[in-house]
Write a protein that binds this ligand. Sequence first.
Ligand code: SAH
Length: 514
Amino acid sequence: MATSSSSRKSTVTEGICYLVGSGPGDPGLLTLKGKACIEAADVLVYDYLCNPELLRHAKPGTQRIYVGKKARDHAMKQEDINALVVKLTKEGKTVTRLKGGDPVLFGRGAEEAQELAEAGVKFEIVPGITSAIAGPAYAGIPVTHRSHASQLTIFTGHEDPTKAETSLDYAKLAQAEGTKVFLMGVERMGEITGELMKHGAKAETPMALVRWATHGRQQTLVATLGTMAQRVKETGFKAPAVAVVGDVVNERQSINWFENRPLFGKRVVVTRTRQQIGAVSKQLADLGADVIELPTIRITEPTNPVEFGELVQDCHTYDWIVFSSPNGVEAFFKMFDKLFDDARAIGGARIAVIGPGTGVKIRERHLAVDLMPEKDFVAEGLVKAFRDHQDIENLKVLWVRAEEVRDVVADGLTALGAIVDEAQAYKTVAETEDNLDGIERLKEEGADVITFTSASTVEHFLALGVPLPEGIRTASIGPVTSAEMKKRGLKVDVEAKEHTIPGLVKAVREMLVG
Ligand code: SAH
């Protein structure tokens, strides 16, 4: 086998294929090396069990190829996948082949590695966290335990144990000490548990199935070896699931940490921009929620970037610069950095922000916030903050705004005597590409709550025409968003008391679990 690629004559650039374990689903369970391989990739080849969120580590322009593989729904045959990765690597590309869990534990990673080796191309194996161990751990089941499980046996449930050609020796498996874990076994549960018992495993051995382990939608079914097949039928429990058999299952009673978090089992939809969605979903996911990310809006250049640039150019001539959104801060400083090489070009202008989220963005630039409303983080609150703060008669104010927002800030500050210039920094448009996964999940699985963080998320969500599942509740970040929801015929089940992302998360939590 030609394993050494260094002896091979290279074409223009030498390709490499990384066979990377993407972990079981929780995006935090990708290794640092795995992440670096995704970042370096020209092409990502991934399958069904890889969390699509991981693809976001890729650089813009990276080609993505889905090669599927649900049982019975093979998007591409294994031979074709092998041929594809070889071909792409031979073209000189950096190919990152992402596989669920660990690439060489029942992932057919070995076969792909062999093909690559035979083709004489360079490859590396990057191990991942396997569902066989992480799945039970997220259900509060340690696969070994010092006092009663010193051995772990992992086997595949893919083969029919009652057929003569099975390569598994169920007599030996049944006799094995300690914990047994099997993957791909949901559909043959009756045969597998039956064979184990036939060869002497005790029917009362504790057993659990963990479905979509480590994902927000994880589900665990606990029974015994003798009752599991029946329970699977009764509950309609489906793949993908890890099965774990042994006394360790009882540990779940005391260490079931993942499923005991407050929002576990609740599905929440988040609708803001892709760039901003992560901050919200992380807070919800940390509380245990299953988050459907469904970006509905995208931030683009303003209609008149030249005019915007001219206003930013003159920013040092203003007494105050007013920011009414984090996106405004980003757009302003993107332009500022294009125009100036010196942070002092902002001059002595003081800075006002609408709320804490916008304030954080200012402080990221090592600038201080001079004024922020005490509690009403909306345009009216900002105007009031100015009124209470100082006389702004004849002061020059630059308001950095989105094209489509209300005129409250300009009108309010003008009424207080200020001379207000409006810098249209960005435009909010409909997200049309990056929300297909989210839409599909919402349609298929439904949700408990949908959150809106601005009037434009409401407008653009409704424009998608995706019907809201029955019984879904709605959460709004504040009065302006709520008004837009009502105007467009949506009810408002809860409105955040503090009009910030943490305020919204708190409101969702209180509504769902008190
Ligand atoms: N290489 C993978 C396993 C691939 S075989 C790994 O190391 O995890 C596919 C099987 O893995 C599925 O049928 C299921 O049994 C299991 N599996 C993978 N990810 C899973 C998850 N998040 N939850 C439950 N089971 C999972």
